[in-house]
Design a protein around this ligand. Structure first.
Ligand SMILES: Nc1ncnc2c1ncn2[C@@H]1O[C@H](COP(=O)(O)OP(=O)(O)OP(=O)(O)O)[C@@H](O)[C@H]1O
Length: 396
């Protein structure tokens, strides 16, 4: 099991300095609507986090290859969706991005680089104190079921104050108190609730409070691991709408993890599909929906019912994911793949471009010749899909 790092929430980075601080402080005191966005337009779409060749294994009596040779680039201001079946390595990757892995997990190879405005930071090379200064301020994380992580015997105010006291020790007490109210307001919770205990709040409110905590230091990146899975659909939608508004304004990038591909299609600029620890397809949300290239992606898309499109058969993905403790020489999806062919069992397909002009990536020997039948989009679209025209331009 992956464990949270209790130290991480107690880290005490010094207050931010310089023009960025001033800009953020201005934003905090301004109403979101109508205020100038915090992320300068020129920075939008520039890389903020680069993952190269990352492999994470759980080393017990067996070696579980939870994340294998993953390459990802996250751009400032974008939402990168990460989807895949349970156990494919999504959470392990998310924890690795924030250096929250604990034994028996071990990063066996690769790099994670945070692109600071004045230079690159090698995340895997950060030592204890450097890491404490970095976490939550640059990359914050909202966990699955995070709402249950609130302390039941402290009011919301005290918990937010604790975060600020730990991370912004130089901030005056009245300013901290004012900031608590602002943070609640930002996530759509009435500041009058500051005096409430967690049990007096709904699940949705508690999850919003957790998001407020993650936002407290204005991180550049938010890693959200199934942040709304425990909530009902209406509350989930409200929170995602709020998140989208905050992201538009503050310009943080989001890695959003869920097994719900239809949700990702609505909220993401780009989507990476994970299978058995590897990224098997990566493309803009629009391209993934309209022209999926990997048979597994097609299977995932066909697993969701349509609310607005014509009736169609839901096929899903027959078979089981492989045991990650067993090394697989070829394509891990081959045993479940209707397009399996000679090289699939012996040679692992590289994640490569679809063509000279395309920006999407696929790891599949068969996609060029595979016939996926009727296009998926009409069947899947719920009418709320938010096409992002610029996403492909910023893909690497
Ligand atoms: N502490 C551990 N020791 C051994 N194996 C582990 C450990 N934690 C996770 N794993 C294995 O690593 C693999 C990836 O797990 P991970 O939780 O990252 O997947 P996931 O895609 O996030 O799944 P879910 O959607 O269910 O959260 C799985 O096969 C899981 O069984």
């Amino acid at each position: 099991m992956i464990t949270d790092d209790p130290e991480s929430s107690r880290s005490t980075p010094p207050p931010m300095r310089g023009p960025a601080e001033a800009e953020r402080a201005r934003a905090e005191s301004a109403e979101l609507d109508g205020a100038d966005p915090v992320l300068p337009e020129a920075e939008r779409g520039t890389p903020v986090l680069t993952v190269r060749g990352l492999s994470v294994h759980y080393e017990t009596d067996q070696r579980v290859r939870a994340v294998e040779d993953v390459d990802l680039t996250l751009h400032r201001g974008e939402v990168l969706g990460l989807a895949g079946e349970s156990g494919c390595g999504k959470s392990t990757l998310a924890y690795a991005l924030n250096r929250l892995l604990r034994p028996p997990a071990r990063v066996v190879s690769g790099s994670v680089t945070f692109h600071e405005r004045d230079g690159d930071i090698d995340l895997l090379g950060l030592s204890g104190e450097e890491l404490r200064l970095f976490r939550w301020k640059k990359i914050a994380m909202v966990f699955q079921g995070a709402m249950n992580a609130l302390n039941p015997v402290l009011t919301v105010r005290d918990q937010l104050l604790d975060v600020l006291a730990a991370h912004e020790p130089d901030m005056a007490v009245p300013a901290r108190t004012a900031r608590c109210a602002e943070l609640l307001d930002l996530v759509g919770v009435d500041p009058a609730r500051l005096g409430s205990y967690p049990h007096e709040l709904s699940g949705g409110m508690r999850q919003r409070v957790m998001i407020a905590m993650a936002l407290a230091l204005r991180p550049d990146v938010m890693v959200m691991d199934e942040p709304t899975t425990a909530l009902d659909v209406v509350v989930q939608r409200d929170i995602l709408r709020e998140l989208s508004r905050l992201r538009e304004h503050f310009g943080f990038a989001v890695v959003f993890i869920t097994h719900d591909l239809s949700l990702l299609l609505e909220i993401s600029d780009r989507i990476a599909i994970m299978y058995a620890g590897r990224i098997v397809e990566q493309a803009s949300a629009r391209r993934l929906l309209t022209a999926p290239r990997h048979p597994y992606t097609v299977g995932l898309l066909n697993s969701f019912p349509s609310l607005t499109g014509p009736r169609r058969e839901m096929r899903g993905v027959p078979g089981q994911p492989p045991d990650l403790a067993v090394s697989i020489p070829g394509c891990a999806f081959a045993p479940r793949c209707p397009y399996r062919r000679a090289p699939c069992d012996e040679h692992r397909p590289e994640l490569s471009r679809h063509g000279q002009t395309s920006t999407g990536l696929t790891a599949c020997h068969a996609y060029a010749e595979a016939d996926y039948g009727a296009p998926v989009p009409a069947a899947l679209s719920r009418g709320e899909f938010r096409p992002v025209e610029t996403a492909e331009e910023i893909e690497t």
